[in-house]
Write a protein that binds this ligand. Structure first.
Ligand SMILES: NC(=O)c1ccc[n+]([C@@H]2O[C@H](COP(=O)([O-])OP(=O)(O)OC[C@H]3O[C@@H](n4cnc5c(N)ncnc54)[C@H](O)[C@@H]3O)[C@@H](O)[C@H]2O)c1
Length: 159
């Protein structure tokens, strides 16, 4: 089975991570890319053999999409995610989930009533170093943490 994906936002993270990684997955294919900047949508759509859209609401009418990646500006995440769920698409929304608690709750409600999957791209929570730090803090080994400085590095893929 192949999941057909439509992407909203043809910016940095989509260019360097989502698109190359979907291309490596034999169970997924990008069928549509939307951006308000026409040149970005068209360039990536051409490169990945998909359809370009300038208006995400138009894209959501496309029956050739099973799931949507929301990767546009943070303030648009809730509106786009809810619209995609209501259009019958599964959603992977980039972090941050939303910019206020009410929007986040509305997204969860929309997922529940649509019966579709909603996933937030909180991949950092699965990083072993972050899981370990959480464990140490929760065990109280450091006492009450008032502030912290952190440096996080990871290998960057060349695309
Ligand atoms: N860049 C990263 O390393 C990174 C990492 C984790 C999460 N994210 C998240 O991914 C999202 C995108 O980040 P980015 O760095 O790719 O930003 P970006 O600014 O490079 O790209 C965002 C794109 O969304 C488009 N856009 C804005 N409003 C739109 C609309 N209404 N309809 C269609 N397209 C619209 C913009 O034109 C732009 O091309 C953000 O929510 C960010 O927090 C980014």
């Amino acid at each position: 089975m192949t999941i057909k994906i439509g992407i909203i936002g043809a910016g940095k993270i989509v260019r360097v991570r989502h698109l190359p990684e979907i291309q490596m997955n034999s169970h997924a294919e990008v069928t549509a890319i939307c951006d308000v900047v026409e040149a970005r949508a068209k360039e990536l759509a051409q490169e990945y053999g998909s359809k370009a859209y300038l208006d995400y609401r138009q894209m959501l009418l496309d029956p050739n999409i099973d799931a949507v990646i929301v990767a546009a500006t943070n303030t648009t995440h809730a509106e786009m995610t809810i619209a995609a769920l209501q259009a019958g698409k599964h959603v992977l929304c980039e972090k941050p989930m939303a910019t206020n608690l009410q929007d986040a709750q509305n997204m969860l409600d929309a997922a529940k009533s649509s019966g579709k999957q909603l996933m937030i791209g909180q991949n950092q929570r699965l990083e072993p170093a972050h899981i370990k730090a959480r464990e140490i803090i929760q065990a109280g080994k450091l006492g009450k943490v008032l502030s912290f400085t952190t440096i996080f590095g990871h290998p960057v893929c060349e695309y």
